[in-house]
Write a protein that binds this ligand. Structure first.
Ligand code: NAD
Length: 242
């Protein structure tokens, strides 16, 4: 029987690479996203809505009778200092980035507990370890995901359920391009130049690619990572080592 994986935000960017990689390893992959996709089984779901996530994952569990891996990946970026972050924006970022992960994990745990096996992977950020300027709410949300990985690892180790956070640096995805486009529109800066400057900030001299993050996720999902839990896995081309 194929292993079953649930991925949130699997239609684009890092999530899409994760869905493709797990499919190539013969997982049945369910993608909960607001953007339609024909890669894997697409489940329309606004991950910022706890009830929608719960309903979607409960339906998958009834259909498949097992969930081996959950990748909580859906997330949005928001650039602003604390003063420029409205309560509404803070709630919007938290609803998707943090409460979405909470809802997905909570709905997945009954299956994993029954199996006495499972791997939960949260896509956090290097911003769980370091701060970046003009990034108050996003930074906070990603630090929260690192905390969720640790508390979930401790509470569910007795069921042989592992939980880890993946902390990518700057990865070239639609989210990255949208953030740069937004910055250039506001500042009048040249996109190519900003892109080159961003690459030069990384010790490896380039941005990461979604497939590189997906490779790490596939490893954490596998039995090869059977003693890894409660960890923060940095994948950032050396950025946080500086
Ligand atoms: P992306 O914007 O390229 O893709 C995000 C996906 O999430 C899309 O398929 C989108 O449709 C989906 N999505 C957005 N809102 C949703 C919602 N309400 N419900 C369900 N799905 C929703 O983003 P990405 O760059 O691939 O980022 C994926 C994750 O990786 C995010 O959590 C992000 O914070 C994290 N991350 C990205 C980078 C980076 O540099 N790109 C770095 C560190 C961490």
């Amino acid at each position: 029987m194929n292993k079953v994986a649930v991925v949130t935000g699997g239609s684009k960017g890092i999530g899409l690479a994760i869905v493709q990689t797990l499919l190539a390893q013969d997982y049945q992959v369910y993608n909960l996203d607001i953007t339609p996709s024909d890669v894997g089984f697409f489940v329309p779901c606004d991950v910022s809505q706890v009830a929608e996530v719960t309903h979607a994952i409960e339906a998958i569990a009834i259909k498949t009778s097992r969930i081996d891996c959950l990748v909580s990946n859906a997330g949005v970026h928001f650039s602003a200092t604390i003063e420029n972050t409205s309560e509404h924006e803070l709630d919007r970022i938290f609803s998707l980035n943090v409460k979405g992960a909470y809802a997905a994990i909570k709905a997945t745990l009954p299956s994993m507990k029954a199996q006495k096996n499972g791997s939960i992977i949260l896509i956090s950020s290097d911003q769980a370890l370091i701060a970046k300027r003009n990034s108050f709410a996003y930074n906070l949300s990603k630090a929260a995901l690192a905390s969720i990985a640790k508390t979930t690892a401790l509470d569910y180790a007795q069921f042989n359920i592992r939980a880890n956070a993946v902390c990518p640096g700057t990865i070239e995805t639609p989210l990255y391009h949208a953030a740069i486009d937004n910055y250039c529109a506001k500042s009048g800066a040249n996109k190519q130049q900003i892109h080159q400057e961003e690459a030069a900030l990384q010790p490896l001299g380039r941005l990461g690619q979604p497939q590189e993050v997906a490779n790490l996720v596939a490893f954490l999902a596998s039995d090869a990572a059977s003693f890894i839990t409660g960890s923060l896995q940095v994948i950032d081309g050396g950025y946080t080592a500086q």
